[in-house]
Design a protein around this ligand. Sequence first.
Ligand SMILES: NC(=O)c1ccc[n+]([C@@H]2O[C@H](COP(=O)([O-])OP(=O)(O)OC[C@H]3O[C@@H](n4cnc5c(N)ncnc54)[C@H](OP(=O)(O)O)[C@@H]3O)[C@@H](O)[C@H]2O)c1
Length: 327
Amino acid sequence: MRAVLLTGHGGPEVLQPATVPDPEPGPGQVAIDLVRAALNHREVWIREGRPGPLPAILGSDGAGVVSEVGPGVEGVAAGDEVVVNPSLDWGPGEDEPGPDFRILGRPDQGTYAERIVLAAHQVRPRPEGWSWDECAALPLAGLTAWRALRLAGAGPGRRILVTGAGGGVATFLVQIGAALGATVVATTGSATKVARALELGAAEAVDYHDPEWPGQIGPVDAAIDSIGGPGLDAVISTLVRGGVLVSFGDTSRETAAVDLAEVFLEWRRIQGTTMGSPREFDALLEHLATANWRPVIDSTFPLEEAAEAHRRLVNPERTGKVVLAIR
Ligand SMILES: NC(=O)c1ccc[n+]([C@@H]2O[C@H](COP(=O)([O-])OP(=O)(O)OC[C@H]3O[C@@H](n4cnc5c(N)ncnc54)[C@H](OP(=O)(O)O)[C@@H]3O)[C@@H](O)[C@H]2O)c1
């Protein structure tokens, strides 16, 4: 099959098109002929040097058609159009996953390929009426956003801050947060992106390059952040007494020095989260049946141009998801 291999650690050029053997489904597994994959920042971290086996096929997000089922599979059949749940083997808990949990795309073969084999319980029917690009854009970022919003208590009467609103997960946070009835306040990186965040459903949006931004928004009940770094204190300062900071990333890559007095003297909490449970993935898909929003697709590249897609992902002008067209 056609695939893109991570051949080493470094710049986007280490992503090389290749032909590799087709994976075959074993007991309880299904093979999916992928139509689209989508990028996540995780693949940039891995490409740049996160330790792990090489060569590897990256990619957590995908959507396609089931082409073969292994022995013992029930409820999924060849011809089914599906999306992939990249939160692998989460387990029975809701607060955190079990010991087998991993994210699809190294060490498991990822979605930058024509075919993928997964446990049948990792696939779900494609959302009705959604394009293949939208289907592939959804899983990892949508699931992460869904759980983060639950932990932030998103709903009517709640004011929720989303930082870096142009990001893949963050565009879902703005859209789903607004759809759940919360008042979403956003920070983002340019005037154009401020306007875009407002279009996507934010009630207020400010440019995080302005150091005075916390004073430009009123207090929030919860903040959902994936930038981290030295700016985290400013994010915490926007919380009401007893407010919660939900943290799911540290894109700035700098260590955050938090003034703990701003946490304990204000009865605030810091809640970490990664991915989500299969029950949360199902709840997200159920929400889509009545939702009036669709994923924000920034751009779509042919599979073989994965390196170019990575360059686009780290371009500050990008908003939302970058997709790979496979067939
Ligand atoms: N824990 C989890 O389960 C989980 C799941 C998904 C992602 N993550 C992590 O969360 C972060 C966001 O993921 P993503 O896929 O949404 O990434 P992404 O699409 O690349 O979005 C990152 C956003 O962060 C903002 N940003 C602020 N400072 C930045 C900087 N110095 N460099 C780059 N971006 C900066 C930008 O917002 P503006 O466009 O508004 O300027 C950018 O769009 C990543 O660190 C990722 O590893 C964690």
